[in-house]
Design a protein around this ligand. Structure first.
Ligand SMILES: Cc1ncc(COP(=O)(O)O)c(C=O)c1O
Length: 428
């Protein structure tokens, strides 16, 4: 099955991999087209993941390569610390605030993706309260099942114990509440003390924790609670931003009016790495006000990278021109219907779907208890059927295809899942 370099010759250390068992089994991906990627042997796989929730416009978009090349011919990179700026970064920030319908907002660009955006937002939330004379507001609250990336703030805010317990405490003054209980958030704020909570971090749809769409009314209620207690509401839209829920931002779909939005992935569809923190007028004001002496002392070598910004702009153009967000809305019920049928399978306890092009198929607890390897065996059996998925939090299979996926391809994903479930349940 493996087609990479053998164990003894590879020096590439895969993220999140057991390198002792991966040896000789890695799959070398060489090319992509539409929703399909190809390995070094020329075998095609329908990518039900859009890589890691990001290749929204699909693979093989030469115009994005051309946008990068054109910018690189002018100037590929130049720093933006203190005085310097560049046209693609300026244009991108304006475009993002327009798309987010946050007209007075500002944008802080990050180079590495979502983790940088989350750490930027965490630091900015704390810096904001110091800047407005409330330095005691330092506590940040997040949710169980949350995934906010792997930098220090994101790791500390994460709600998946396996990913955090080896490292925390990294960032102090971080609290967690159950993912689905608005009252727990309010109680937690009251317990900590109104004047001590800086921000609440919230994925509108929990992603890596297992694809949990928000319970009815949940987001509206936590938004209200944050308003009531003057706590900044940070929408982590690293997955949901730029169309995945059928609106430019899930914050728009759910009417959230966030104080900060973190975003990355779909901003460039992964053609080059880039992220963005969208900062509401309220949070920007103390730093941008005429005569202010407040400086946000934070930034990365590649913040506002011109080539990455040019690619992001071309990617947003493409999403608009091809009306891909309308397409997500149209495909939402198609994906739901196809995946929901799997809920009848005895090895499946639940299918979560219905918010854009996002779904998860949860493996029944008794099946996992009887065979702890069942999840990984399913991932491999589905891959053998030519479809790529992966296991979330050890319990559920991820579905988050590119926006260009077709209805027959969605049917193929569901078919591959069903076949693999039958095979694995039968113990073959
Ligand atoms: C909601 C959320 N926040 C942050 C991140 C971190 O993004 P990255 O891996 O690009 O650093 C992710 C990645 O999946 C994410 O899903």
């Amino acid at each position: 099955m493996g087609n990479s370099q053998s164990a003894d010759t590879s020096t590439f250390w895969n993220p999140f991999a057991n390198m002792s068992t991966l040896a000789g089994n890695a799959v070398t991906i060489v090319r992509g087209e539409g929703s399909t990627v190809f390995d070094a042997q020329g075998r095609g796989y329908l990518d039900a993941l859009a890589s890691l929730w990001y290749c929204n416009v699909g693979y093989g978009r030469t115009e994005l390569a051309e946008a990068a090349a054109a910018q690189m011919r002018e100037i590929a990179g130049f720093q933006t610390f203190e005085f310097y700026t560049n046209k693609p970064a300026e244009a991108l920030c304006r475009r993002i605030t327009d798309l987010a319908s946050m007209s007075e907002a500002k944008v802080f660009l990050t180079p590495g993706g979502g983790s940088d955006a989350v750490d930027t937002a965490g630091k900015l939330a704390r810096a904001y309260w110091r800047a407005v004379g409330e330095p005691d507001r330092q506590v940040i609250i997040s949710r169980t099942h949350a995934y906010h990336g792997m930098n220090a703030y994101g790791t500390s805010l994460g709600g998946i114990p396996l990913l955090t317990e080896a490292y925390i405490p990294l960032v102090s003054q971080v609290e967690q509440v159950p993912w689905d209980d608005p009252n727990a958030l309010e109680k937690s704020i009251e317990l900590i003390g109104d004047g001590r909570v800086a921000a609440f971090f919230c994925e509108p749809v929990i992603g890596a924790g297992g694809v949990y769409p928000p319970p009815d009314g949940y987001l509206e209620q936590v938004r209200q609670i944050c308003r009531r207690h003057n706590v900044l509401f940070v929408a982590d839209e690293v997955i949901t931003g730029y169309g995945r829920t059928g609106e430019w931002f899930a914050s728009g779909r759910f009417g959230l009016d966030p104080d900060l939005i973190t975003s990355a992935k779909g901003l460039s569809s992964g053609y080059l790495p880039i992220g963005a923190v969208i900062v509401s007028a309220r949070v920007a004001e103390p730093f941008w006000r005429a005569g202010s002496t407040q400086v946000f002392r934070h930034g990365y070598t590649y913040s506002g990278h011109p080539a990455a910004a040019a690619v992001a702009l071309a990617n947003l153009d493409l999403i608009e021109r091809e009306r891909l967000i309308d397409r997500v809305r149209a495909l939402e019920p198609v994906l739901s219907l196809a995946m929901d049928q799997l809920a009848r399978h005895p090895a499946v306890s639940e299918v979560r779907s219905g918010t854009g092009l996002l779904a998860a198929v949860e493996i029944a607890e008794d099946v996992r208890a009887a065979d702890p390897t069942v999840g990984q065996r399913l991932v491999l059996a589905i891959r053998e059927r030519g479809v790529l998925t992966r296991l979330l939090r050890g319990v559920a299979l991820q579905v988050s295809p590119p926006f260009v996926i077709t209805e027959p391809e969605i049917a193929l994903i569901a078919e591959a899942f069903a076949g693999a479930l039958d095979e694995v349940a039968a113990g073959r």
